[in-house]
Design a protein. Sequence first.
Length: 473
Amino acid sequence: MIHPILLCGGSGTRLWPLSRKSYPKQFAKLMGDESLFQASARRLSGDGFAAPVIVTGDPFRFIVTEQLAQVEQAAMGILIEPEGRNTAPAILAAALWIAKTDPGALMLVAPSDHVIPDTDAFAATVQAAVPRAQSGDLVTFGITPTRPETGYGYLELAAGADAGADTPQTLARFVEKPDADRAAKMLAAGNFLWNAGIFLFTADAIIAAYETHAPALLTAVTEALSNADPDLGFTRLDPAAWSKADDISVDYAIMEKADNLAVMPFGAGWSDLGGWDAVWMESGPDAQGNVCSDNATAIDCTDTLLRSETDGLQLVGIGLDNIVAIAMGDAVLVADKSKAQRVKEAVDALKAKGSSQAIQLPRDYRPWGWYESLVIGGRFQVKRIVVNPGASLSLQSHHHRSEHWIVVEGTAKITVDDSVQLISENQSVYIPLGAVHRMENPGKVPMVLIEVQTGSYLGEDDIIRYEDVYARR
């Protein structure tokens, strides 16, 4: 069995405003009805694959489990990083976790935000790499380049290796992201592949590589796993030990130093969706080069991406050429498509201004569902709250606000101090200041309510929790 390791962190800056720190791109539906994470989990499932191991951050742990459930999958394990430390510690933590029960297990490490349209071709390529990995080599996957891309790292094949082979080849070296001239020369040379950041090896082989090339990292991550805290099916790595781990990529820590490397070419299509220009390309532009979402319209436009991510918000472009326009309810991006890689600068500028849009989506995802603010005033706020079937908010109270709840879909089980009642559609309940309260969804369909808050302070930190089934900290 091959054990998929899905890396599920990220800062969410390259595809802003749809992707943000609070909800990175792997969870967004960028290419169809499934998120990139869901598509990755599906791709690495079925015959020959064990259930995946997920490495992610605390804010995303319930998003991971919910999105897996939506595609009828479950993880073998979910490791929670106390903080992002790049790929080298994350991969090692997964290897050590698997090695506890099966040191010789095959691990297929993959980012969870890539697009690989031909699932069957990728599965066949993985199987072709298995013998080399079982022999103790570290196999990386190289993508056949289709253009002189400056946004990817490259892999240089050794002399005599075949970039179009269907078996693993000898790797000469890793090459950093090139400038345009260098990228064009490498494309013309024909012996370079894009570095996909996907790896296949056995757990004991990669652990041995850390012992040789990054012993301090091995010590720190081993301690973080040994002192990990089991929590509702998650494994929380120890924060103190984890902080000692270098913030470093697996390429720098291991792959550029190891002498037991091989590269498996893959030419059936791949993208890491590293910018809106890549989304435009992978979305299949029409005859005029345009890509439009359902809520967007292009008039006399060429080579343009128009996406409205908000129902009821129509985006119209007229006479545009080579433009990216992404509209959301709280932020709009308009950029020259050739400058799409500079979106991070916009995020940095918004952070400097203190704008919440830099990192926070209007919709805030929680273990029990999600909410969004509809109207915010000086002493009031109106929210839409959606509670998943069977889910429950914490038993809580507030120092500074009272609340009025109106159920608009489904049925809510409401606790207010010693009173417990069922509230159906078009019914409401008042939560006085200081009252101990909770809402639950006892039904089989999502429950939707409108919450009106009034008071002197409406921040999310004005919550005193008495009971919480999600053990939030």
